[in-house]
Design a binder for this molecule. Structure first.
Ligand SMILES: [Zn+2]
Length: 342
């Protein structure tokens, strides 16, 4: 049997199965049943599920059972073919490879013909920001007054590159990256459903590593399960991914707040030796602070500000690890931080 990556295997087949994005899903249900608009633009960083959502919009419009529950059934032949990219009335276009104006004109002229099997013909243009200005202009008229059977679903990771004329003709949905605790919740139910032993610390580290992307997270989970023989409680994973555990991050935060500069320096150097990048260390420290239940404590607020300032300068520094090491030592000497947390 062909091996399917976990991220594809767990791709949602109904709106109900989408994790997070509740407002967006509710919004689509209202707009699709009955259909009130013909052009949609989905935007958000990579791995958030834009393509999955776009396919579900297509399924919601084409599945004969969707009207009843305002959700595609996910089980019928039509839903199945849409998920596999095999339905003739769902035309998927990769904006990155179809940038030429002639190609867009071909798409537009094909949209004039009636759907082969269904009521609608749906054009999903992924990475739409890659189109040339001529292609956008060619598309414009069609977006404004599409034939009644045509639906456009555009998706982009770079919203700022979409011309205002295109944006103003679309209903725009901005998908937000979920916070780490939401990804951890998703992973916990994933482990429960499959009887996979786990530790919170390990799940949190995987969620942080994924940086808001469900697809990346499931790829990391798949790799981790292969390394650990189906367990997510194995601390050796921290070494594989060169990331810190919750306990390690807490220790660094304490060292900074208590101005324990010698230990702080030794630990940071040890982590850098193990392959931890300066960027990842800073992200993990900031993310740890944001995840604290009682975040409104003066030392944590000031520490977050100081870390953010350091992070902004990091990208342009020629020696990121030395810069972060020296910055953390300097931050640990900030007088207003020297207060114990509650
Ligand atoms: Zn169906």
């Amino acid at each position: 049997m062909k091996h399917l990556p976990l991220a594809r295997l767990l791709r949602p087949k109904t709106f109900h199965e989408i994790h997070g994005h509740n407002y967006i899903v509710d919004g689509f249900k209202k707009i699709l049943f009955p259909l009130k608009h013909h052009t949609f633009l989905l935007t958000g960083s990579r791995g958030l599920g834009k393509t999955s959502l776009a396919r579900l919009i297509a399924a919601a419009l084409l599945c004969p059972h969707a009207e009843l529950k305002h959700d595609p059934c996910g089980l019928c032949d039509i839903c199945d073919r849409i998920q596999k990219g095999q339905h003739p009335d769902l035309v998927e276009i990769d904006g990155a490879s179809k940038t030429k104006v002639e190609e867009i004109r071909d798409i537009i002229s094909s949209s004039m013909t009636l759907p082969l099997e269904s009521k609608y013909k749906i054009y999903l243009i992924d990475e739409v920001h890659m189109l040339s200005m001529h292609s956008f202009n060619a598309l414009l008229k069609n977006l404004e007054e599409p034939p009644p059977h045509v639906i456009f679903v555009l998706a982009t990771t770079e919203f700022h590159k979409i011309p205002g004329t295109i944006r103003s003709r679309c209903l725009i949905f901005q998908l937000q990256a979920p916070p780490a605790h939401e990804l951890v919740g998703y992973l916990k139910s994933f482990c429960h459903n499959r009887d996979i032993p786990y530790e919170d610390d390990v799940l949190f580290a995987i969620a942080q590593q994924a940086d808001g992307s469900y697809r990346d997270m499931l790829n990391i989970v798949e790799y981790s399960l292969a390394l650990t023989q189906q367990r997510l409680d194995d601390h050796s994973l921290f070494n594989y991914f060169s990331i810190l555990s919750h306990t390690d991050i807490h220790k660094i935060i304490d060292q900074i707040l208590e101005s324990d500069t010698v230990e702080l320096k030794n630990d940071i150097l040890k982590y850098f030796d193990k392959g931890l990048s300066a960027d990842k260390l800073m992200k993990q420290l900031m993310s740890w602070i944001v995840e604290q239940k009682d975040i409104v404590q003066q030392p944590l607020v000031i520490l977050y500000q100081e870390l953010s300032k350091c992070y902004q300068l990091l990208a342009t520094h020629p020696y990121p690890q030395s810069f972060v090491l020296m910055s953390l030592i300097r931050i640990s000497m900030v007088a207003s931080l020297k207060k114990k947390l509650n």
